[in-house]
Write a protein that binds this ligand. Structure first.
Ligand SMILES: Nc1ncnc2c1ncn2[C@@H]1O[C@H](COP(=O)(O)OP(=O)(O)OP(=O)(O)O)[C@@H](O)[C@H]1O
Length: 294
């Protein structure tokens, strides 16, 4: 069992944007979801943990490794699937993984061959091992991405927004693979897709403007909202008026008409009906809701 401890991590870019604002988290083995809207600071945190950029202050440790001070040590036990996984397009899946294993220092040829076979099997691409990665679908490329992140038996695997652009079938296959990986190591899944976290994660944090605005189990956050979420179909023209009078947490088009969810301690009446809260309600109630409105 490994433990990742992040303490008061802060980072302000030269532009003045505070991407990390006193971030503190503690993670154990399993799938951890880091949920936040675009620009929340998720990638900044992932890149800092992956030793690709420095923090201004704070600490991060994985067991006895100081991530900020011992980047070479952490890289040995880290698997990282960046947001843009730039694959070398002209080579086959097998060649690519073999090449990356060489770069990761696995110099024994037969050991490497075994490992590449194991990884291709694990991500269900063994049959496609001789095909060029260039022709792969988005989901297949992401599976190659996970395979390379697993080279070297990592204790910490970081995946940054991995499901963007995958169709539902591919997304499901990818979920199954991640759930399998997450059994034995710490996996941080950074995403703005609420479903990713709901399907996979036992623990999560919600980030907004560089700050952690919630940490805990998805289910506890959902239960905390019980009895406080109400919905109503409204007309588009009335949306602004509702926004002034209620705390709207989401606004979704259903058959061309806005269905709003509002947060309220008492029943708002006026045609609203109470609904069971879901993780999307949690997400929007924790972040600045202004941007989900008209
Ligand atoms: N290298 C950089 N220089 C200056 N500002 C940056 C840099 N990288 C990110 N930012 C800014 O820092 C903030 C956090 O960005 P970050 O990419 O960490 O967020 P994110 O939650 O990963 O968003 P996304 O989902 O869009 O990737 C944003 O306002 C972004 O514009």
């Amino acid at each position: 069992m490994s433990i990742l401890k992040i303490n008061n991590l802060s980072k302000t870019y030269p532009s003045g944007v505070k991407a990390l604002d006193n971030v503190s988290l503690e993670l154990e083995n399993g799938m951890f979801g880091l949920l936040g809207p675009n620009g929340a600071g998720k990638s900044s945190l992932m890149r800092t943990l992956a030793t690709l950029q420095e923090a201004d202050s704070g600490t991060a440790t994985l067991d006895d490794i100081d991530i900020l001070k011992q980047p070479a040590e952490i890289r040995k036990v880290l698997g990282y699937l960046p947001q843009e996984f730039g694959v070398y397009p002209r080579i086959t899946a097998e060649q690519l993984l073999n090449h990356l294993a060489v770069l990761k220092g696995i110099s024994n040829t037969s050991e490497r061959k075994e490992l590449v076979k194991y990884l291709l099997d694990k991500v269900n691409l063994y049959e496609k091992r001789n095909k060029s990665v260039k022709g792969f679908s988005g989901g297949m490329k992401q599976r190659v991405g996970i395979a390379q992140a697993l080279i070297g038996n990592p204790k910490l695997v970081i995946v940054d927004e991995p499901t963007a652009g995958l169709d539902p079938g591919e997304r499901n296959r990818f979920y199954n693979l991640l759930a399998d990986v997450g059994k034995d190591v710490i996996v941080i899944l950074s995403t703005h897709i609420v479903d990713d976290v709901r399907e996979l994660c036992t623990n999560m944090a919600i980030m907004n403007f560089g700050e952690i605005v919630y940490k805990g189990a998805p289910q506890s956050a959902i239960e905390a909202l019980d009895g406080q979420v109400f919905q109503k179909m409204v007309s588009r023209d009335a949306l602004n008026e509702y926004a002034e009078n209620y705390q709207i947490i989401s606004n979704k088009m259903v058959g061309g008409q806005p269905l709003i969810h509002v947060l309220s301690e008492t029943h708002p009446q006026n045609g609203f009906e109470q609904v069971k809260p879901n993780l999307e309600d949690v997400f929007f109630s924790k972040i600045n809701t202004a941007n989900v409105l008209v």
